[in-house]
Each structure stands twice: as C-alpha cells, then as structure tokens.
Design a protein around this ligand. Structure first.
Ligand code: NAG
Length: 427
C-alpha cells in the first residue's frame, strides 16, 4: 500500500485497528459462546427427552466429546458395568445413569452386574427389585469368602470384555464418560486401566481446585424458617452466605467441627462486584496432591467440592473440569469409576493382596509396566469416602443436602422415561 500523506496514513492505520478489534472481538465472542457470566444469565440445561442420544452438556471447547456411536467395539467384546452394590439410597441415583447407558438407549453397556457387597436386608430387597427392572441387570454373589472387597471382583468372568468398575455412590456421570473410557482403553493396549475424571477423588480434587473450578461456600449453621425447599438442585436458588468472610462461627475448615444439622445446605459466598473471595479461607485450600490427604477425610472440603460442582452443572460449564489425560504414575488412585479388561483381572484373581485398589492401580500395573491413566474428558462424581461419611458418627457429608441435590438432578434430567426403582424411605 502506498501512503501519500501522514494524515492519510494515520487514517488507514485507524481503520486497520478498528477492523482488527472487530475480528478479535468476534473471535472472543465465539470462544466464550458457552460461558456464562454473572447470575443474570444462568443457562438451564436443555430438558431431557425420552431417548438417547441426548446430550445435556454443551460440547466442551477443546476436548473430544465421545459419543457411543463414535466407539467401534470389536465383535465379541462386551462392555459390562460392574457395580459394587451396597447402599440403596445411593444406587437409586446411579440406576438412572446406568440405564441411560444401556444398549437400548443408545449406550454401550451390554449388561450391568451388581456385585453384592452388603448383608443388609433392606438393601438386598431393593437389589431384587432393581435386578427385575431391566433384563440387562443381574447380580453376582461371591461363591466363597474373600478378603476385603476382593469377592466383588469374582463377577469378572469374561476375558474379552471391558468392565466398568463403578462404586455404588457415583451420583453423576456424563453421557460421554463410558464411551470415552472404552475408546481410550481400546485404542491404548499399553494402558492397564483408564479411570474417569472423578470429582471428589483425593488427589484429583487438588487438581480441580488448581484448575480454578472451586467456588466459595460455607455451611448454613441454623435451620432456616421456613425450611429450605426439598428437591432443588440449582445452586442459583440458594440464598447467599451472610457472615464472617473467614467462615461461620463454630465451623472450622479443617473438618475439626461436625456438620451443624441433618440436611443442612452450603451457601454460596456472593460478594459485591469488584470484590473477590480468597479461596485460601476455604476448606478446599487444604486439599493436597496426596491420595491420603484432606481430599480423603475432610468432609468440609468434600462438601465444597460438591456444591461447587452443582454450581457448574447448572451453569452448563462442567467442561472446566476437563483435560485430556493425567498419568497417575502408579500412585494410589481411588478406584471409583474405571475401565479395565476382563483378562487383566482374571489373570490375577484372586489377587495376592487383600487391598484390591492398591493391587490394581499400583502393584500389578507397575509389574507389567503398563500405565494407569485418568481420562480427563470422562467426568463423573463420586459422593463420599468412608471417612467423609463417618466423620463425627455420620455428622459429616451425609448431613449436607448434597445427595438430595444429586437425586433431584437425576429425577429431573436423567430418570424421566426410564423404568427406575426408587426406594420408599431411607432409615
Ligand atoms: C483445626 O482448626 C481449628 C480452628 O482453626 C484449630 O483450633 C485446630 O487446632 C485445628 N486442628 C487441627 C488438627 O489442625
């Protein structure tokens, strides 16, 4: 371009800058298409329809979203869910997610085996109803006594199958989770097992916190009047926390204090525009990259984990938890949701070590030099570890209303159209 005068030259420069700004703005707007800022623009996930494939969550920018139809499962290879069955109040939530992933709904699961891991009569009675609710459901009872959880693995009897070992307290997972895990395992014979990207999994909670997905939340210390509505899962409907910014009186972030009352909520810290909450005041600040750290036992950090997740679930931005892969480097991984080949279990069953978890993610894979990988695109939520559950004789995570929220979400978004088995009451 030839400039005749300095004035004309600066006019061209000005026009050029304006056009450039326009291009950049368009790019930015497209890039933030799925973001929501502020409470005024809450995105409600689209309503659920009867049949699959229906994807509630928007395509996460940058990460593959694996649909069941994208996965070529070789002939003769079954995909089997293997749930360690125990507690019906949790299983009634998981049930819908599993049914939604059965073949007849467009999912990958050929069958689901409920491997009995309890002797409680009420739970076992529920299991009978559950198994009767779908022909692809069946139960397995160990034929003899094994140590710890090993008996539940006796159900693995097809060397060619891919098993998805799922805890009974997985209370949410995305439609792409099972397809992503199966695809990753099929395409990577060198991996021993591929785990989901689990929310509330000790070291992963530290990863998620550092990805910036935690929100400020504190427990509500006294019963509200009128009582809080049941069956709401939407974080936006929670009242704001009002109290000292360091947390309410009588509450310690290190979980040295019990939950205030049964069914209490955690309330979001909503500050005036321009002010930000310092996350180092929160329970999540104590999370560590440690499988036995506060991510395992701190019920308060776990509560913050769940209420933060529910916030993102409503916002429609659960993609913020995602990544491609994370290599666990034979560190102990809590096996709440993972894909493993039948043969790899059967080759060593019954395991020579009573701690099945340590054996399957540390001892055996390092013997074989085959890695244990987290698939960051396969998002699942694990409700609670035993320590979070039993803190203060149960006055921990169980005294929050987080489980009711996951149930309400499933009732509204996941279960309609499925033949489910709900429990009458929880003792
Ligand atoms: C937990 O926090 C409380 C309150 O800050 C403190 O008094 C207590 O010593 C802490 N406990 C542990 C085990 O760190």
């Amino acid at each position: 371009m030839h400039f005749t005068s300095p004035q004309q030259r600066s006019t061209y420069t000005f026009v050029f800058v304006i056009v450039l700004c326009g291009i950049l703005w368009t790019g930015y707007s497209l890039g933030t298409e799925h973001h929501d800022f502020g409470l005024g623009s809450l995105r409600r996930p689209s309503t659920h329809h009867r049949s699959r494939p229906v994807e509630k969550t928007v395509q996460p920018p940058g990460f593959p979203y694996t649909h069941a139809v994208d996965v070529t499962v070789p002939a003769g290879v079954k995909v089997i869910g293997l749930v360690f069955f125990g507690r019906r109040e949790l299983v009634q939530v998981l049930d819908c997610y599993l049914k939604r992933n059965l073949k007849e709904y467009g999912g990958l699961l050929d069958e689901v085996i409920w491997s009995v891991n309890t002797d409680k009569e009420d739970d076992l009675a529920y299991l009978e109803e559950l198994v009767a609710s779908n022909s692809r459901y069946r139960k397995h009872e160990a034929t003899k006594k094994y140590e710890w959880y090993i008996g539940a693995w006796e159900a693995v009897q097809d060397p060619h199958a891919i098993y998805l070992k799922i805890d009974d307290d997985v209370v949410y997972f995305e439609d792409n989770a099972i397809p992503a895990l199966v695809k990753r395992l099929l395409e990577n014979p060198q991996y021993f097992t591929v785990s989901a990207n689990i929310v509330n999994n000790p070291a992963l909670s530290w990863v998620h916190r550092n990805m910036g997905v935690y929100e400020g939340y504190y427990p509500e210390m006294t019963q509200p009047h009128p009582p809080a509505p049941k069956n709401s899962w939407r974080a936006s409907e929670l009242p704001s926390y009002k109290g000292p910014i360091e947390g309410p009186e009588g509450f310690a972030i290190n979980a040295s204090t019990p939950a205030p009352f049964r069914g209490h909520r955690w309330l979001p810290i909503r500050l005036p525009k321009g002010e930000t909450y310092d996350m180092s005041l929160s329970p999540a600040s104590l999370l560590a990259y440690d499988p036995f750290g506060p991510g395992l036992y701190n019920w308060a950090a776990a509560s913050q984990t769940h209420y933060s997740f529910l916030h993102h679930l409503e916002q429609g931005d659960t993609w913020r938890y995602k990544f491609n892969i994370w290599d666990y480097d034979y560190m102990r991984l809590s096996i709440n949701f993972l894909a493993i080949r039948g043969k790899d279990v059967m080759d060593v069953f019954p395991f020579p070590q009573k701690d099945d978890e340590s054996y399957l993610v540390q001892t055996r894979p390092s013997e074989l030099r085959r890695r244990v990988i987290i698939d960051g695109t396969a998002l699942a939520v694990h409700f609670a570890f035993n320590n979070q559950y039993t803190a203060f004789e149960g006055k921990g995570i169980r005294w929050t209303d987080a489980l009711d929220r996951y149930k309400a979400y499933a009732d509204q978004m996941i279960c309609p159209g499925l033949r489910r088995v709900e429990i009458k009451e929880v003792s």
